[in-house]
Ligand binder design. Structure first.
Ligand SMILES: [Zn+2]
Ligand SMILES: [Zn+2]
Length: 183
């Protein structure tokens, strides 16, 4: 319908964070409401069944959703766990990729390109420490994902965008990419 996939995911994400934060209160209020509105509860269940029941059964058949307890005699817990882990990995990767693109645009313009040779294919680009000494900086700050760190620290003026070739070129050539000397 009107909502894009991304907007929907953002909304669900916000909701999940909110839910985690207020879980106890939420559950208590939910229970209270159920007790006061038994008719409405049935209605909602019917509605849910009508809307999502088929999809749910399909997922269950495919083993993506477990049955409801350890006595069901299958490995629902294990399958469920694997499914959620896979989903979590996918989300993490996607978020990292988004922050990486954000970082490229912040430091490398739009569309981002290598400061030295002008390469602009994103997968060939990386963040390059302006001062060199990238490894030292990473180690001192215990950084595993440079673009995430940069974002969290409000995009400090420590980086520029380089292609992997110019990044490595400078590293091997005492801090200056060989392209710059040839010019
Ligand atoms: Zn380059
Ligand atoms: Zn270069």
């Amino acid at each position: 319908m009107g909502e894009s996939k991304e907007a929907r995911e953002n909304r669900l994400d916000r909701y999940k964070r909110y839910y985690q934060k207020h879980k106890e209160k939420h559950l208590a209020r939910n229970k209270e409401w159920r007790e006061e509105n038994p008719e409405r509860v049935k209605e909602v269940q019917r509605e849910w069944q009508r809307k999502y029941g088929r999809e749910h059964m399909k997922k269950r058949r495919e083993g993506l959703i477990g049955l409801h307890g350890p006595d069901d005699g299958d490995d629902w817990q294990e399958r469920n766990r694997e499914h959620h882990l896979a989903q979590k990995r996918e989300n993490t990767n996607r978020r990292r990729q988004e922050v990486f693109m954000e970082a490229l645009e912040h430091y490398g313009g739009s569309p981002p390109k290598c400061y030295c040779c002008g390469e602009s294919i994103p997968i060939l680009l990386c963040l390059d420490h302006v001062e060199g000494e990238g490894n030292k900086h990473r180690k001192e700050n215990k950084i595993s994902h440079l673009s995430q760190w940069a974002k969290r620290n409000d995009w400090p003026d420590l980086f520029r965008v380089a292609c992997h070739s110019c990044n490595m070129g400078a590293h091997l050539n005492g801090g200056v990419c060989p392209h710059q000397q040839a010019a």
